[in-house]
Design a protein around this ligand. Structure first.
Ligand code: SAM
Length: 279
């Protein structure tokens, strides 16, 4: 066990047999375990007979707790970071702690294992040579659609996390924005009710509309033909935004670029030209 080292340890996403020998050994040897939810992790640790000082590290205490964990590392202690399930830092807390440790030249060692995104992708039958993991889509429809527009031209398979109660809304937006692609809903992986629902977006919407989808879900979207987005012509967008009268040229350019599909600098130059023309 190396002193003054931060270990990023993956834990199971359901099936406890998915923990690695190395993870169990290191968790049993470190001086301190930082866990997203200490009560949750206590169950896992006691299952493997591990009893170590435990501290919480989650989204809302990461600043203060991060500093305490770094102090322990500076004093030469070894620390393991775990999350509730899967790989820390992957849609889970940890990134800031790792970044700060790296900045101080504190060794950071990954102890790999389960990750829902990779597990789902590996069994998906969709292309795996290139993929984009984009975490949870925004929960509000407008932002979610903008987010999906950004995914339209990406090559490879798109891998998302989604809450079961938002699944149909997100699938409907995928159909709307990305078109009728092949999708997979990989649910409850490694657990008793594990299932993969495969089909076109419409087929999967129909399948999940008849049942209450419960548990945890990874949503995979096959790469598609790039759907030409219906962009509002630049001139129209600019005159609409300028008519508003409250926006700076910079903000106008930013918004115009987002909806018309051209670069911000081009939109800025055109906005400036129109403004001067009207003055
Ligand atoms: N760090 C975790 C990882 O490595 O997969 C992900 C944590 S994120 C907060 C939790 C999300 O991961 C869930 O909402 C779900 O989308 C996905 N997930 C976690 N476990 C899963 C499972 N057993 N089956 C399907 N999806 C799962």
């Amino acid at each position: 066990m190396a002193p003054a080292t931060l270990y990023i340890i993956a834990t199971p996403i359901g099936n406890l047999e998915d923990i690695t020998y190395r993870a169990v050994r290191i968790l049993g040897e470190v001086d301190l375990i930082a866990a997203e939810d200490t009560r949750h992790s206590l169950k896992l640790l006691s299952h493997f007979g591990i009893s170590k000082p435990l501290t919480s590290y989650f989204d809302h205490n990461q600043q203060i707790k991060g500093e305490r964990i770094l102090n322990a590392l500076r004093q030469g202690k070894s620390v393991a970071l775990i999350s509730d399930a899967g790989t820390p830092c992957i849609s889970d807390p940890g990134y800031q702690l790792v970044r700060d440790a790296v900045a101080e030249n504190i060794p950071v060692v990954p102890v790999p294992g389960a990750c829902a995104a990779v597990a789902a992708l590996s069994a998906s039958g969709l292309p795996t040579d290139s993929f984009t993991f984009a975490g949870f889509p925004p929960s509000r429809q407008g932002k979610r659609r903008t987010f999906l527009i950004g995914m339209n031209a990406l090559p490879g398979t798109l891998v998302l996390y989604e809450a079961p109660h938002r699944l149909i809304d997100t699938l409907s937006d995928i159909r709307e924005v990305l078109g009728e692609r092949q999708v997979i809903v990989a649910r409850e992986l490694t657990k008793m009710f594990e299932e993969c629902i495969r089909g076109t977006v419409s087929e999967v919407i129909t399948a999940v509309s008849h049942v209450v989808v419960r548990g945890e879900v990874v949503l995979l979207v096959a790469p598609g033909e790039v759907v030409p987005l219906e962009c509002e012509p630049l001139a129209e967008v600019l005159s609409r935004l300028m008519a508003d009268g409250n926006l700076s040229i910079k903000d106008i350019a930013k918004q115009a670029a987002a909806v018309s599909g051209i670069s911000r600098s081009e939109a800025y130059a055109e906005a400036l030209r129109l403004k001067n023309e009207h003055n």
